[in-house]
Ligand binder design. Structure first.
Ligand code: DPM
Length: 318
């Protein structure tokens, strides 16, 4: 078991450009708040980085982008890991905890178009337009609202996807606005998609910092980047997803907002073809986000989410 020298904190990160931008941002924030401390970044490849040619939904396995980092944490090779919160499974391994949640960027999905489609909005795209996405959540919601569009799987990092779009393999892509913003590519956002059309993924737009539950020193250092309102929103969303037992392979979307001291969570479960949708909204105290998420999940079950989930698990596996 490795040990970290005193005054040094090792940060684990995936190697993708987006992951590194996020990790360096976290490191810089911490470094400026803790000038006497040393922060080192250690990069690792995850399963999700290695398998690039297979549709996300078919690889199955939760924790596709996080497992290797968690092994590093448990073996004390690193002290915390920076994740896009939406890639972090809702059940963490014993001994690990969500040490901080950073302030959320715009959590919405965004439409990015090929130059031939500059004159269109999502609502006006012509029949047969080919949209690239490998998110079942985006696929189901767009099929629900726009059954005349066509959908094609796309994998790879953001730059690869944009190159494929520009080369004409797709007419448009749906991507997280937050990822484009963090990579300095906000100019590629053609349209921010309204939550009435596409509810975002659980945790989308926020960073989750995972560390060892017992590691009080690291937990203490992380407090300066913890953003309680974002954390409340994301805890509600994660508890909702956990109660529905959905990984990233299930078309489940959410939206949260805070007003006064109340948290409102909207959640939906869709069938893969987008035909069936169960959607509801619930408001509760900001101080009990996890109860809110679990209660909304139960309400969706009561309204018919169960058979939808069962048919998805039968098709793509759990
Ligand atoms: C997860 C999904 C996707 C990522 C599924 C979903 C998108 C896959 C795709 C769980 N992780 O959203 O329904 O569209 O083919 C991912 C992105 C970011 C984190 C990129 C993106 C950046 C945004 C963020 C991939 N993970 O969604 O465009 O930090 O929230």
């Amino acid at each position: 078991m490795a040990t970290t020298p005193q005054g040094v904190t090792r940060i684990g990160s995936r190697k993708s450009q987006l992951a590194l931008v996020q990790t360096y941002w976290v490191r810089d924030q911490l470094q400026s708040h803790h000038p006497g401390h040393t922060f080192e970044v250690q990069t690792m490849s995850t399963q999700g980085d290695k398998i690039l040619d297979v549709a996300l939904a078919k690889i199955g396995d939760k924790g596709l982008f996080t497992k290797e980092l968690e092994v590093g944490l448990l073996g004390a090779d690193i002290d915390f890991a920076v994740h896009s919160l939406k890639d972090l499974p809702t059940q963490l391994p014993p001994g690990l905890t969500l040490g901080a949640v950073t302030e959320r960027e715009n959590p919405a999905d965004a439409l990015v178009v090929h130059t031939n489609y500059q004159g269109y909005q999502l609502e006006t795209l012509p029949e047969g337009t080919v949209i690239g996405t490998s998110s079942l959540r985006r696929l189901a919601q767009l099929r629900h609202h726009f059954p005349h569009l066509q959908f094609k799987d796309v994998r790879g990092n953001l730059n690869t996807r944009l190159q494929k779009l520009d080369a004409g393999e797709y007419d448009a892509l749906i991507l997280a606005a937050a990822g484009l913003q963090r990579l300095g590519m906000a100019a590629r956002i053609h349209q921010i998609i309204d939550p009435e059309i596409s509810l975002h993924a659980v945790g989308q737009g926020a960073l989750g910092i995972e560390c060892r539950t017992e590691d009080q020193a690291t937990l203490g250092l992380l407090q300066v980047i913890h953003h309680p309102p974002t954390a409340a929103q994301c805890l509600a969303e994660r508890s909702f997803l956990r109660a529905l037992e959905g990984g990233c392979q299930v078309p489940i979307g959410v939206h949260t907002h805070i007003e006064d001291n109340a948290l409102t969570l909207t959640g939906a479960v869709l069938s893969l073809d987008g035909q069936a949708m169960v959607k509801d909204q619930l408001t509760g105290p900001l101080t009990e986000p996890e109860t809110l998420g679990a209660t909304l999940a139960q309400r969706l079950r009561d309204q018919g989410a169960e058979p939808i989930l069962a048919s998805i698990f039968a098709e793509v596996g759990r």
